[in-house]
Design a binder for this molecule. Structure first.
Ligand code: FAD
Ligand code: 2HG
Ligand code: ZN
Length: 476
């Protein structure tokens, strides 16, 4: 496709009239951080970052871009793991940031709904819910920066999917600015509403390719009154699976997180993250973080944890365990898990595989993918971790010690293809929760080709015929 020309001065002037000076960044020192991604895989260029303050301003901006045929890249917290929110390198695309759409419009503790604008961070939305005795049951390590619009546009998963599902399971209504600048107001908060195609679910997970989410109504649940967290050392993912099955059999409804970490990934956290401590007597090949939560006071979760873990210690399923005795200990254990991405980044270059397989196949998948990667690249450091309870493993590879980072990153397709071959053998997915972005569209024909991809392309053409919404992302 030929490159589009950069936005004209006339377009930028008209946009400035809509959003004012504080709604627009044009100095390259200001725009550059918005044009690069968290993983530092991509550095694009843009002549402006537009920051509308209201949905009407956003709609007017998109209307102007549509009339000029100028492509836009919607951006929330810019924490995408797949380069989903960065513009291209030739400067033809404008970034439209939702950062100033940051109002909490309504919280209804009777209906258990939260209405927020797209630029509210996930953390701020969680806090607003907690202040009213409710829980917004979605938790990801980037929640301090990721925004509701981005979270919905990527259908984020995270630590509590095992219990509450993914972001799309929490959406009741959306307000969206369409590619021609019109506003679709679907901000309904009904639990039942069978009125044709489910448009809110079409925009959820669409990665900015169909329109810009401006606001959303989210489902809340009662805030847990009791929470219990344990960290266990285990020999293998097989042992972790045995433990998971025991928790599920005992009381599946109280398992709010069941996370797996490799010994090596945890070593990286202990090495690179100040204050991180392992609360066990010795290091283990793998670790499980199990969290139980209940809205019932006196639910007896600690007793349940102790009973299951004592039995698991006795029969050798686990090597060691620590149960958090305070809020400080609970967050220290969670920190070991949440800092995995940052620690891996500090250790060197990494190639990520955000994959899912049926939960029962996680151990076999990890074993086979590890062997396949070692055969492909002797010395590569395998760092699998993630959401074992829902079958989503971040099968990440760290560059071999002492190797050249650029050389390693240049092997990304070979490594991802090797891992994905194992994923396919278990009927898994090459993209569990981070999405497709700029990194993975080339995989789409192979995994979602035929009628499925053709249908997606027809939906894109119907809603965004000029192709101005986030070009080059998601679809090949
Ligand atoms: P961005 O990165 O700004 O954008 C992501 C995509 O959504 C882009 O395609 C963008 O164009 C589009 N978009 C953004 N806002 C809108 C909007 N308002 N309307 C339409 N499209 C929009 N992800 C998980 O699923 N689970 C995790 O556990 C998890 N942990 C993470 C931990 C770390 C340390 C980091 C850096 C990332 C993690 N992620 C995780 C990935 C990322 O945080 C999520 O994908 C998050 O949902 C992105 O939100 P964001 O606001 O940063 O979106
Ligand atoms: C997590 O679960 C995130 O912590 C990031 O999804 C995973 O760094 C990664 O690959
Ligand atoms: Zn994850």
């Amino acid at each position: 496709m030929p490159h589009k020309p950069p936005p004209t001065a006339a377009l930028l002037g008209a946009i400035r009239t809509v959003v004012g000076d504080r709604g627009m960044l044009t100095d390259p020192t200001d725009t550059e951080p918005y044009a690069g991604d968290w993983r530092r895989l991509y550095q694009g260029r843009t002549s402006a970052v537009i920051r509308p303050g209201t949905t009407d301003e956003l709609a007017a901006v998109i209307g102007l871009c549509a009339a000029a045929g100028t492509p836009v890249v919607p951006q929330g917290g810019n924490t995408s793991m797949v380069g989903g929110a960065v513009p291209d390198e030739n400067g033809s695309e404008l970034i439209v940031s939702t950062a100033r759409l940051n109002r909490i419009r309504d919280l209804d503790p009777a209906d258990m709904t939260l209405t927020v604008e797209a630029g509210v961070t996930l953390k701020a939305a969680q806090t607003a819910a907690a202040e009213q005795g409710c829980l917004l049951p979605l938790s990801i390590s980037s929640e301090g920066t990721a925004q509701i619009g981005g979270v919905l546009a990527t259908n984020a998963g995270g630590n509590n999917t095992v219990r509450y599902g993914n972001a799309r399971d929490l959406v009741l209504g959306l307000e969206v600015v369409l590619p021609d600048g019109t506003i679709w107001n679907g901000l309904r908060r009904l639990r039942k509403d069978n009125t044709g195609y489910c448009l809110r679910q079409l925009f959820t997970g669409s990665e900015g390719t169909l329109g810009i989410i401006a606001a959303a109504v989210l489902k809340l649940v009662p805030r847990p009154k009791e929470v219990a967290v344990a960290l266990c050392g285990v020999d293998s993912p097989d042992a972790a699976l045995t433990l998971f099955t025991r928790f599920q059999t005992y009381d599946a409804a109280s398992v709010s997180a069941f996370e797996l970490m490799s010994g090596l990934g945890t070593e990286f956290v202990l090495k690179h993250i100040p204050g991180a401590v392992l609360p066990l007597e010795s290091a283990a090949p793998f670790y499980v973080l199990a969290e139980l939560a209940s809205p019932r006071p006196g639910a007896g979760l600690r007793g349940m944890l102790e009973q299951i873990l004592e039995q698991a210690l006795t029969d050798g399923t686990i090597l060691d365990a620590a149960i958090a005795a305070s809020e400080a200990q609970r967050s220290a254990i969670w920190r070991l898990r949440e800092e995995h991405s940052e620690a891996q980044k500090r250790e060197g270059a990494s190639i990520k595989n955000d994959v899912s397989v049926p939960v029962s196949k996680v151990p076999a998948f990890i074993r086979q993918a590890t062997a396949a990667c070692h055969a492909l690249m002797p010395g590569v450091r395998v760092v699998p971790f993630g959401h074992m309870g829902d079958g989503n493993i971040h099968f990440n590879l760290e560059q071999p010690a002492g190797s050249d980072a650029a050389w390693f990153l240049a092997q990304d397709h070979a490594i991802m293809d090797t891992v994905n071959a194992v994923v396919r053998a278990y009927d898994g997915s090459f993209s569990a929760e981070h999405g497709i972005g700029k990194l993975k569209p080339y995989m789409m024909p192979d995994w979602r080709g035929g009628a499925e991809l053709a249908l997606m392309q027809r939906i894109k053409a119907a809603i965004d015929p000029a192709g101005i919404m986030n070009p080059g992302k998601l679809l090949p």
